[in-house]
Write a protein that binds this ligand. Structure first.
Ligand code: ZN
Length: 133
């Protein structure tokens, strides 16, 4: 794994949360994108070299809707950048981590993504992401 690619924050209302983060960083979201397969609308902000992803559910079956219902708004996942997501999935499986999608999905921001189940990572949902080349 190379570095933290972004931190994902679940929000009940993307428009409202974006106003807060725009004030925080002094700049608007540089990208907004809907990922239909995940049932989310996202907005990305830059803070220096760091990226923050806000996620709002677009339907009640979305993992973000379930998270908000249980825990409310807050930090949802930490995403790490990898060179080769297939190689990392195989390596982490062999180390005993529970991978949510063995076949990575297309996520927001031109990335292939998968997640590690929080039960296997001490309670933190971890995303792996690889730039689609
Ligand atoms: Zn993410």
């Amino acid at each position: 794994m190379k570095k933290i690619e972004h931190i994902g924050i679940a929000v009940a209302n993307l428009e409202h949360a974006s106003i807060i983060y725009e004030k925080l960083f002094g700049a608007p979201a540089y990208k907004e994108e809907e990922v239909a397969s995940e049932g989310v609308k996202t907005a990305f902000f830059m803070s220096g070299p760091n990226k923050i992803e806000l996620l709002e559910a677009t339907n009640p079956e979305s993992p973000i809707a379930k998270f908000i219902a249980k825990k409310g708004d807050g930090i949802h996942h930490i995403a790490f950048e990898v060179d080769d997501i297939i190689v990392e999935i195989a390596r982490l499986k062999s180390e005993g981590f529970v991978i949510l999608n063995d076949v990575p999905k297309k996520g927001a921001d031109n990335k292939l993504v998968t997640f590690l189940h929080p039960k296997s990572t001490n309670g933190v949902l971890i995303e792996l992401c690889q730039e689609i080349r």
